[in-house]
Design a protein around this ligand. Sequence first.
Ligand code: COA
Ligand code: AMP
Length: 629
Amino acid sequence: MSYIDEYKKSIETPEAFWAEKAEAVEWFKKPETILSKDDNGIHRWFADGEMNTAYLALDHHVNSGRGDQDALIFDSPVTNVKQRYTYTELRDAVAKFAGVLKSQGVEKGDRVVIYMPMIAEAVIAMLAVARLGAIHSVVFGGFAPQELAVRIDDAEPKVIVTASCGIEIAKVIEYKPLLDQAIEKSAHKPSSCIVFQREQAVASMIEGRDLDWATAVATAEPADCTPVKATDPLYILYTSGTTGKPKGVVRDNGGHAVALKYSMKAIYNMDPGDVFWAASDVGWVVGHSYIVYGPLLAGCTTVVYEGKPIRTPDAGAFWRVCAEYGAKALFAAPTAFRAIKKEDPDSELLKQYDLSKLETVFMAGERLDPPTYHWTKDTLGKPVIDHWWQTETGWAICGNLTGVETLEPKPGSSTVPVTGFNVQILDHEGNELPNGEQGNIVLKLPLPPSCLPTVWGDFERFRTGYLSEFPGYYSSGDGGYKDEDGYVFIMGRTDDVINVAGHRLSTGEMEEIVADHPAVAECAVIGINDPLKGQQPVGLVLLKNGVELEEAELEAELVAMVRKEIGAVACFKRAVVVQRLPKTRSGKILRKLLRQIADGKDYTVPSTIDDPASLPEIQEIMGRNGLVS
Ligand code: COA
Ligand code: AMP
């Protein structure tokens, strides 16, 4: 089958296309309704199908003879632990932990927050929640208590699962005190917390609320799989929007299972028994889809890696893991390869490892810049495939379908629309733009399976945030263009979301924190280019009249505030004082203009600007502070 035939079929006859793909899934009740609309008027897939995602990820394989194959390999260079779980062992561990959750009252539809480092127990906890038909919400370990508290209040979990600590290279990060602080801040209180104790830091427990993972598992009765409707939620994953409040992206069970299983072959060319390694974190969508669900739904072996691309112990870490486990595909963010390239530009460390089993490297999370593309491709002598996706979709929107037909890649492009995604480029009035012209990237409805049907508890936010700007289309928030061959080039966000080291962050949220400083009258936080992390946030700060403060002192205070409120992962390290911020006459800060100045791009002065003299002034300040590329 050629890519174009497969793609056309998915767009012209989506129901027939996805009905066929749904055959690959072992349903408890096979769906008869393939595509329908819910009460909100949103397209839903397989509405009358019944299944259980954890069953498909584990029991299905055990029942069909794959029980002795490795399902999960845990590799932790920071603790010197390596551990393997066969499908049978993982199924049993998940069933036991599901029993623990059940004993704590968790039932179908209940929420369970998971705040854990990259250990096998994080995956076990996710699958155990899914086994009960409950809904997990994993919160990335690099987020501070305040961020966790906001998510607890939104998801209202019955139970929270955590570990005593995570390890960041050599630093032990104690998770439990962060969780305790978060629960203190949140209005909603979970009825219990389950703590996986690690020897690097043993957590103190709160009597009557906290349970020790190992003790609870030792006496637990294994729990069976609870059937759910295809449209029932599997998880909520919070992602940064343009405001301070993160959006709870909802993922359903059925569409997700069908799309992910399909993607493992179509996009990644993975067959059952192959080893797939996504070097991400279970706190991000890549971790959900391609550390946990995708590889397991497809009967592959997944690698859970508690380490970094560098310094655990060196820049050969990725090559070591690929060689040791015979990974057929490696999936990581470009920033990881920029870090490796910086430490080992001539790839001396690569010589120690046999990467003959590695066929392809996939990258996503941020734009794959051509120098990083070429370096990785030339260094490894393997195809490097960029693919573009979002938390909202759960899988790639554009990519190169290596399991269908591999197209000639073009550096800077994430290749072509993936089956099911009708990708269009529109101008601000909603007119389709010709090839070569840059505009808003949108997806014509219906979206394919696995894409979000709502924002948790706030359908209106889903409608206004994604569906109302261009009726009949989903707005991706990314800008870009298609070339004459239909290749898609993603050029960056059109809103105030930035990508730092492949992590999606909201500058709006940082602005709210910076503006809270008593000396600050107003501020703008923008993303500037960073050679390692892609982008880096910078605060441009206007002081209140009469405030006298050392700039370095203010910067240090603001950096500490953002770190405390959002977490170290925000990487907010710079703030400079400015005299004026460029604004429209109605008082809106011209953030796009600030970004253009920071990028060293030519800009036209908008006719709506209130104070044109503010521009050369701010350009001079940004230049003097090394903020212009
Ligand atoms: N728990 C606690 N803290 C965390 C954390 C976690 N799970 N993840 C990151 N942090 C902390 C780091 O320790 C660091 O803290 P510091 O400011 O005290 O040093 C801070 O957050 C920033 O982390 P990071 O952006 O990862 O920077 P780094 O300098 O430690 O590492 C890279 C740089 C490039 C090696 C690293 O960013 C990387 O591996 N990036 C790839 C990201 C990725 O895979 N993203 C997934 C999307 S597909
Ligand atoms: P997240 O939801 O965290 O996966 O972040 C999604 C955002 O990351 C997208 O909207 C893009 O801005 C960016 N992104 C992800 N993958 C790519 C890619 N391959 N090329 C360019 N940008 C990307």
